[in-house]
Design a protein around this ligand. Structure first.
Ligand SMILES: O=C(O)c1cc(=O)[nH]c(=O)n1[C@@H]1O[C@H](COP(=O)(O)O)[C@@H](O)[C@H]1O
Length: 305
């Protein structure tokens, strides 16, 4: 699967991923009003509004980008109606030729991880039939439970040619609280990085492994160390834009060939029309603002590669 992602990155010349993290407050009034008119101010109405919002953003950006990353929490807040829109969004993006990174940060004891893996990137047996529940191409995974919590994801990844991005050094302000703690003289994120390499050894797909790593854009010095420790691991890099990460901060995430990382921006793209820089588009043309924000992000990143 990583091979397909890389091919799309090369074709679009855009090592970026649009984060489909819709909050209702980002959805322009006219879309909310139409959805509420149809379904009332209900969870269904909210879900319809975020679906219409997502669809327009995807329609205005799919030709520029290789991938999207829907964050499942934004859908789960609307319960089952939200989850239906998560799935609808995944399917729509795949129809448009995009690689879909499901951001669910799953990880549990082995048997539970196996069920998560089946539901998100694998397939489930129902009598004589098999079904792929969410059917995303990649899934984000939390490695806190250790090898037996991660292995079921790797197994499904190998059997279904899918990919993972395992949390190694996250972008948030408190990420150092545990991740930077020294164990036998080395920070925890380095120990995790070595495990990610080990877990991914049997999942090579071309020059890179299907088992990737999440490395936040907000800690550039650490990304330099991690790039050296994990030369054949693809990085999913969140934290650009809304969290303060800049193009300069991303340099170390990439290998010399310009590959090795895909940079996510969610709010910076989907809520671009709310920023001063893109205000001229107005809420009616929010998706055009998102398109311009993608064009600007790609140019900004390519400038430092
Ligand atoms: O796994 C992730 O994608 C992730 C890891 C991390 O370290 N930091 C991080 O922000 N994310 C996700 O990346 C997205 C960032 O959103 P923006 O800050 O709006 O660009 C959200 O969906 C986060 O859940």
């Amino acid at each position: 699967m990583i091979r397909q992602l890389i091919e799309k990155i090369q074709k679009t010349k855009a090592p970026v991923c649009v984060g489909l993290d819709p909050m209702l407050s980002y959805v322009p009034e006219h879309i909310q009003a139409a959805a509420f008119e149809q379904y009332g101010e209900t969870l269904e109405g909210a879900a319809e509004a975020i679906w219409q919002f997502n669809r327009e953003i995807v329609d205005h950006t799919f030709d520029l980008i290789p991938s999207v990353k829907p964050q499942i929490a934004m859908y789960e807040q609307f319960g089952i109606e939200g989850l239906k829109v998560y799935k609808r969004t995944v399917d729509y993006c795949k129809e448009k030729g995009l690689i879909v990174i499901g951001d669910a940060k799953r990880g549990d004891i082995g048997s539970t991880s196996a069920a998560y893996a089946v539901g998100h990137i694998g397939s489930v047996q129902v009598g004589s039939k098999t079904y792929s529940g969410f059917d995303t191409d990649f899934l984000t995974v939390n490695p806190y439970l250790g090898t037996d919590g991660v292995k079921p994801f790797v197994d499904v990844c190998n059997s279904h040619d899918r990919g993972l991005f395992v949390l190694v050094k996250t972008s948030n302000p408190s990420s150092g609280e545990f991740q930077d703690r020294l164990i036998d003289g080395r920070p925890l994120y380095e120990w995790v990085a070595e495990k990610v390499v080990e877990w991914g050894d049997a999942s090579m797909d071309g020059d890179y492994s299907n088992v990737g790593a999440v490395v936040g854009a907000t800690y550039p010095e650490m990304s330099r160390i991690l790039r050296n420790l994990m030369p054949r691991t693809y990085f999913l890099v969140p934290g650009y834009g809304a969290q303060g990460g800049t193009a300069e901060d991303l340099k170390h995430c990439f290998n010399k060939d310009g590959l090795g990382a895909i940079v996510n921006s969610s709010r910076g793209i989907i809520a671009a029309y709310k920023q001063e820089k893109y205000k001229q588009f107005g809420p009616e043309h929010f998706a055009e603002a998102s398109r311009q924000a993608v064009i600007d992000m790609v140019a900004d990143i390519n400038r430092v590669l």
